[in-house]
Ligand binder design. Sequence first.
Ligand SMILES: NC(=O)c1ccc[n+]([C@@H]2O[C@H](COP(=O)([O-])OP(=O)(O)OC[C@H]3O[C@@H](n4cnc5c(N)ncnc54)[C@H](OP(=O)(O)O)[C@@H]3O)[C@@H](O)[C@H]2O)c1
Length: 294
Amino acid sequence: MSASDIKEVIVLGASGGFGTLFSQVLAKSGVTVRGISRKGTPKPEATFSDYLSADPCNPNEEVITRVRSASVIVSCVPPGPCVRALEALAPYMAEGCLFLDVLSVKTEICNSYNSLKGKYPHVELLSCHPMFAPAAGWDGQNTVMIEITGGSKSKAFTALVETWGSTCVSMTSGEQHDRVTAAVQNATHSALIAFGLSLKKIGYDAEMAAKISTPPHRAMIGVIQRMASINEPDTYWDIQTENPHAEECWKAMEEAVQEIQSAVKSRDRDRFCQVIADFKTTLGADSKTCSSPY
Ligand SMILES: NC(=O)c1ccc[n+]([C@@H]2O[C@H](COP(=O)([O-])OP(=O)(O)OC[C@H]3O[C@@H](n4cnc5c(N)ncnc54)[C@H](OP(=O)(O)O)[C@@H]3O)[C@@H](O)[C@H]2O)c1
């Protein structure tokens, strides 16, 4: 089975950001894409073949008819409804139908899949994490794929995502994903949010700072401006509240701030310089993989 063998996809949470993005890319790939969402209408830019206003966790006959003929169901709803929708829809899914989510935190959802996979052996389960906001689009971005019950549909769907220009990276478990995203997302977001808040506290003169900005300052300001303009605080919130390593990340951040501050206060130049020199070891030999923004 190849990417072109995926003919009919249902998107749950069709009124939202990822639901809309899936409607656009799937339609462009020639797939029949059917939206299901509780809200009455999709976003104007959505390109669903048809759109049904219904609750996927409490399916009516129209939902069930669509589910029977679908080859893939993409869940873009929060974790609780995602599991409830799987349990409600699985009895009606065809043999080999693929169910996948796009959730940002994976330990819990993968645990749920692992406890349910024996109950629904006819369903393929895949946990997917697009490492970007829907406004950014797939092209040039990374996507994590965790196969729970691998099979031909999971492979075909992964191949389809790659046709949209995204690099798919396979991971073996939700735990592995959350361990890595604790650095890629939790630590990154918390440093940026704390940076933005500290600017406010010290009375930031944005106009004057822009006139004399340095490359690192412009890079940091650019990222927090983007965070504010995309305005999806729920995603940052979910990552901070649901990743099982979040607490550990905050503790490390507090310790790091105290350590650097204490080196500065005690005029311990060697210690201060060592912290920066150690970045080379932390980042590893392949540190150029993430190219500098300036
Ligand atoms: N946004 C990001 O930057 C980002 C990045 C990577 C991964 N993710 C993950 O992707 C998921 C979806 O993101 P998104 O940006 O598309 O979110 P979104 O725009 O808020 O859309 C979520 C959709 O879920 C549905 N929903 C909410 N509560 C529900 C419930 N109780 N029962 C059934 N449906 C419900 C809503 O549709 P109705 O109200 O119409 O039913 C809504 O359209 C997030 O949960 C996140 O974990 C997000």
